[in-house]
Ligand binder design. Structure first.
Ligand code: LLP
Length: 413
């Protein structure tokens, strides 16, 4: 394991969290390179029996250092903005290894991505298809397209991160898929290369994926009768991780089903995992500022907040919180672990049993995905530094923001 206790001290690879917090300050994001690599390679190996591409979902953790680790593994990337494309390129990635998802791609974004020659546009509406065709025609280019199917399957996950139901804004509804593909086939500036879906995030069961694949296969069958064929099928991301006691996602079971169902068609498979690669590769270190005891409730007030890690506040997400130094001398108590932000939703964890005192360092575990990337400057807080650990080496992947950084773009009257 890359993040584990050794003699009651929490380590990320070969470095103690206590020492890192002391040297780099808190709140602090710390990532393990080995964990990122191991997770990516696990997916690669699971899918070894079929031609496949792993397109890391950049939104999960878009730090340049994290991206460059994955570039070195030969990863493809799933992006949702021109900003994310720029990140992949600056991390040393290639444009022709990028797939572009998202319901709201602007003219400027489509234009730039076309000129760069990205691998595929995952188109999410008939209107986007028309816009893309027109821009490609003007540029004298041919846009490689895949249409995102909304398969109307229940991912059985949190409603905010469920994306494959017909009530969701994502993809093209079932009844319209064929007509959108026929529309795409009419345009000389478009080349149909694939079909895709993404049904949601943090799926703990394989069965919704199977349902989605079956639906995609049904549509592929119907389209092939109309002379429309594909090179790839992109199944999206969503593989769940263990935050608390969720069952380990059956990656091999998933991969076996993919191989069995898609193998006979001779299509290349693409997947877009984000969380599975990054979530448990990272943690956020915070320092206990005050303990506030009362008969009714105890609060452990730390220097990290919903500004730095919004998942608990936004999705009631549960992430493990541990003292980085375990001590039998400190009495334990039940606390709500809260930050300094002026909102009652500003909590990192509720009802946690902790043996802590003022000045102790706590680790909010599983913070490598959708942690820093969703951080804000709310309450004029400077975003934390990010470290990438490789054995006993520290790479400062992002330095801590200063107040000058935060205020640089504003102008008093
Ligand atoms: N592909 C597409 C088109 C997506 O929209 C997403 C995530 C992914 C791939 C990657 O999904 P993953 O493998 O990471 O589950 N902020 C939320 C998660 C939002 C996910 C949005 N889309 C959270 O903190 O739980």
């Amino acid at each position: 394991m890359s993040i584990e206790y050794r003699n009651d001290h929490l380590f990320v690879e070969d470095l103690s969290c206590q020492d890192l917090a002391k040297k780099y300050g808190t709140p602090l994001y710390v990532y393990s390179r080995a964990h990122l690599e191991r997770q990516w390679q696990a997916i690669d190996q699971a899918l070894a029996a079929i031609d496949h591409k792993i397109c890391y979902a950049v939104k999960a953790n878009s730090n340049l250092a994290v991206l460059s680790v994955l570039v070195k593994l030969g990863s493809y990337f799933d992006v949702v903005s021109i900003g994310e494309i720029e990140r992949v390129l600056r991390a040393g990635g290639r444009a022709d290894r990028i797939v572009f998802s998202g319901v709201g791609k602007t003219t400027a974004e489509l234009n730039a991505a076309l000129k760069l020659g990205i691998h595929c546009f995952n188109v999410e509406s008939a209107a986007e298809l028309e816009r893309l065709a027109a821009i490609a025609a003007t540029l004298g280019l041919i846009a490689p397209v895949s249409v995102r199917v909304n398969p109307d399957v229940d991912a059985k996950t949190h409603p905010y991160i469920s994306t494959g139901l017909k009530d969701n804004k994502f993809g093209i509804i079932w009844d319209e898929i064929e007509s959108v593909y026929q529309q795409a086939a009419q345009h000389e500036s478009l080349k149909i290369v694939g079909i895709d879906c993404h049904i949601g995030s943090q799926l703990t069961e394989v069965s919704p994926f199977n349902d989605a694949i079956d639906k995609l296969l049904e549509v592929i069958g119907r389209l092939s009768k109309q002379g429309i064929s594909f090179q790839h099928i992109d199944l999206g991301g969503g593989f769940g991780v263990t935050y608390r006691d969720e069952p380990t996602f059956d990656l091999q079971g998933y991969a076996d089903a993919v191989v069995e169902k898609i193998g006979p068609l001779g299509l290349s498979v693409m997947v877009e995992p984000g969380r599975y690669i990054a979530a448990n590769a990272g943690l956020m270190l915070v320092e206990v500022q005050y303990l506030k005891h009362s008969e009714h409730k105890n609060f452990c007030i730390v220097d990290g907040s919903m500004s730095e890690l919004i998942r608990p506040a936004l999705y009631s997400a549960w992430q493990r919180i541990d003292a980085v130094e375990l001590s039998s001398d400190t009495p334990s108590d039940v606390y709500d672990v809260v930050g300094p932000v002026c909102e009652s939703s500003d909590f990192l964890g509720k009802d946690r049993t902790l043996a802590v005192k003022q000045g102790d360092i706590l680790a909010v575990q599983s913070s490598g995905a959708y942690g820093f990337g969703m951080a804000s400057n709310y309450n004029t807080r400077c975003r934390p530094a990010e470290l990438l650990i490789d054995g006993d080496k520290v790479h400062v992947a992002r330095r801590r923001e200063s107040l000058d950084d935060v205020l640089a773009l504003e102008a008093p009257l």
